[in-house]
Design a protein around this ligand. Structure first.
Ligand SMILES: [Fe+2]
Ligand SMILES: [Fe+2]
Length: 218
């Protein structure tokens, strides 16, 4: 009998330590506020696009904790409300008190913060959790998509003051590097292959147009 009560107690303790849908909803609401100040190119729309990639990747990788992953997704770019360079560390700083407020356990908080802290390349190599690897891949897949690539191009032109040509060269080589070095799931590789094919055609078209334009000017 004592053993039975002990098991019930352990089950209840385990459940009380698990993040629930209500807590996830609270995190979503708290995170959304920050995206009003993250600029036009990393707004809530970017988060929803990353979420869509996460849900797709989870169809291949079912060992990850979906709720923790979505919480990390909602919070991963909130640091951009303060600064662009070094925003993952800023996101961690801002997210920590929110996760405490919502009442998450230390183990859950550590997983979410690990994913937020290492969601850029090459920092992802320091991540310890599967959730971090999935968030990273979903965030990068968003840039490798046609819509995400254009969004990021406008971001580097407007906020990092790059010319169209320099921005395009920079992003194209970044996208190629991510595709070659960092994608690890079959699903991500297949999505990237499809999107990069279109982007590659646009890039070549632009390069040809650019060389014709300069020849006419000479
Ligand atoms: Fe980011
Ligand atoms: Fe992001």
């Amino acid at each position: 009998m004592v053993m039975l009560w002990l098991i019930v107690l352990l089950v209840l303790l385990e459940r009380s330590n698990k993040m629930n849908k209500k807590q996830l909803q609270q995190i979503e609401e708290l995170a959304r506020v920050f995206y009003k100040k993250t600029g036009n190119y990393h707004d809530w729309g970017h988060v929803l696009a990353v979420k869509k990639h996460i849900l797709n990747l989870l169809r291949e990788i079912d060992r990850a904790n979906e709720n923790l992953l979505l919480a990390a997704c909602y919070l991963h770019d909130i640091g951009r409300s303060v600064k662009d360079e070094g925003h993952p560390a800023e996101s961690v700083r801002l997210a920590s008190p929110l996760l405490k407020k919502v009442g998450l356990s230390k183990a859950e908080t550590d997983i979410i913060l690990d994913a937020i802290e290492f969601h850029t390349a090459p920092e992802i190599c320091q991540a310890k959790t599967l959730e971090a690897k999935i968030l990273f891949e979903a965030d990068k897949l968003e840039i490798l998509s046609v819509a995400g690539f254009l969004r990021t191009l406008l971001f580097v032109i407007e906020e990092r003051k790059m010319s169209l040509s320099a921005g395009l060269d920079f992003l194209w080589s970044y996208a190629r590097e991510v595709q070659k070095k960092y994608l690890w799931t079959e699903r991500a590789k297949s999505v990237a292959k499809r999107e990069m094919k279109v982007l590659g055609q646009v890039y070549i078209f632009y390069k040809r147009w650019q060389s014709r334009y300069w020849k006419q000017k000479e």
